[in-house]
Design a binder for this molecule. Sequence first.
Ligand SMILES: *[C@@H]1O[C@H](CO)[C@@H](O)[C@H](O)[C@H]1NC(C)=O
Ligand SMILES: *[C@@H]1O[C@H](CO)[C@@H](O)[C@H](O)[C@H]1NC(C)=O
Ligand SMILES: *[C@@H]1O[C@H](CO)[C@@H](O)[C@H](O)[C@H]1NC(C)=O
Ligand SMILES: *[C@@H]1O[C@H](CO)[C@@H](O)[C@H](O)[C@H]1NC(C)=O
Ligand SMILES: *[C@@H]1O[C@H](CO)[C@@H](O)[C@H](O)[C@H]1NC(C)=O
Ligand SMILES: *[C@@H]1O[C@H](CO)[C@@H](O)[C@H](O)[C@H]1NC(C)=O
Length: 375
Amino acid sequence: MLQYTTMRTSHTAFLVLIILPYLGTGGAQSKFTSIISFGDSYTDTGNLVRWADPVLPPHPINNLPNGETFFGHPTGRASNGRIVLDFIADALGLPFVPPYLADRKANFSGGVDFAVVGAPALNLTYLQGQNMTVNPPINSSLDDQLVWFEKLKPSLCKGQGANCFGSTLFVMGALGTNDHFSFLSSNRTVEQARAYVPTIVDSISRGVERLIQHGAKYIVVADMVPFGCLPIVLTLFPSKDKADYDRYGCLKLAKAPQYQNSLLRQRIKVLQNKYPSTTIISAEYYRPIIAFLHKPGHFGFNSSTTLLTCCGAGGPPYNFDSSIFCGLPDVTACARPSEALQWDGVHLTEAAYRLIADGWLHGPYADPPLLHVAH
Ligand SMILES: *[C@@H]1O[C@H](CO)[C@@H](O)[C@H](O)[C@H]1NC(C)=O
Ligand SMILES: *[C@@H]1O[C@H](CO)[C@@H](O)[C@H](O)[C@H]1NC(C)=O
Ligand SMILES: *[C@@H]1O[C@H](CO)[C@@H](O)[C@H](O)[C@H]1NC(C)=O
Ligand SMILES: *[C@@H]1O[C@H](CO)[C@@H](O)[C@H](O)[C@H]1NC(C)=O
Ligand SMILES: *[C@@H]1O[C@H](CO)[C@@H](O)[C@H](O)[C@H]1NC(C)=O
Ligand SMILES: *[C@@H]1O[C@H](CO)[C@@H](O)[C@H](O)[C@H]1NC(C)=O
């Protein structure tokens, strides 16, 4: 934590110079005064790396070239630069959402991020009870993150009265990829993995209701990425049967991601009807990523590298080797990360996250688009 404070101070001047031109693109007039977020590595702004030291082994995402773009140093984000949450915060005129574990006594009035790299939607007790391998075996699931939020709530709401979260944008997700990863790593078939989808959606849905009970008025619920398009999944769970791959070269995985996203969307509709005084925004990772794979050039991506890990090793077809992960010594990034979709084989590049965030802010990848809600 001390290390983080020092780091932050020494980079303050640097950051201010870069961030200032970005303000003003967003909404100084936005109705949101804070962001509170939950999820996995797609949303973690630095929790796992602080957890890792000293409880878990050091995580490679705490090393360059992670963070090389924009920040110039690793931040605990699993990307070369900013993630979707950063672009959302920026567009709403808010600071980047600070990780909860950076400094538990920090002033979180502008927001707090509870997301953790590796966090499943389902809790450790449940997954281990199903004989699933969970790695790392820590209590970082959505249920745990909600408990941390509940602990922090009195300090967040101090002197604020009943409408404490009236101008807070809650962001829930992405969630679910770590659950699916756990199922497949535990030698379950894709059909067995698919059978857990309703339980995952129940967990996310219960989380949303819990936030509403705490007074949330605006909640973004993000869907799951096309899990079978990630180089890690393509490398670790290959199939000999060509019919198991779709036209983009992704593993179909019994359409479990599509199934989960469709159940989640249905659940969001039900919740929206049940709680009309809360706006629930359905946001997508799945469709924009498929759009990038469909017409990479249209989005500025190199069409010959869409399934190739930018920061990886091992060469084509996926340039992924889990023992030579991005951030470990001698693993270098590709020459032009701004033209790559896949960052480390599990996560996307800043270029991809920026485009996804645009789709959430302006549509079509959020319903309703965030900027329509914000103004
Ligand atoms: C936290 O920061 C906000 C905005 O910068 C400020 O208004 C508030 O007084 C601060 N709270 C504490 C307890 O320092
Ligand atoms: C987990 O494994 C134990 C020991 O093999 C077995 O008894 C139990 O039924 C399994 N539980 C589930 C949910 O599969
Ligand atoms: C996780 O939480 C459960 C339930 O509270 C507890 O029994 C278990 O020991 C915890 N595991 C770890 C690794 O912290
Ligand atoms: C763990 O997950 C199971 C299944 O989703 C749920 O029934 C249980 O309440 C959860 N436990 C905690 C402590 O949240
Ligand atoms: C899965 O199967 C492989 C190969 O049969 C075996 O090496 C591995 O230990 C199994 N993993 C689990 C979690 O059962
Ligand atoms: C796209 O990537 C391939 C493989 O790395 C490279 O050979 C090619 O020059 C790149 N194309 C462009 C237009 O940069």
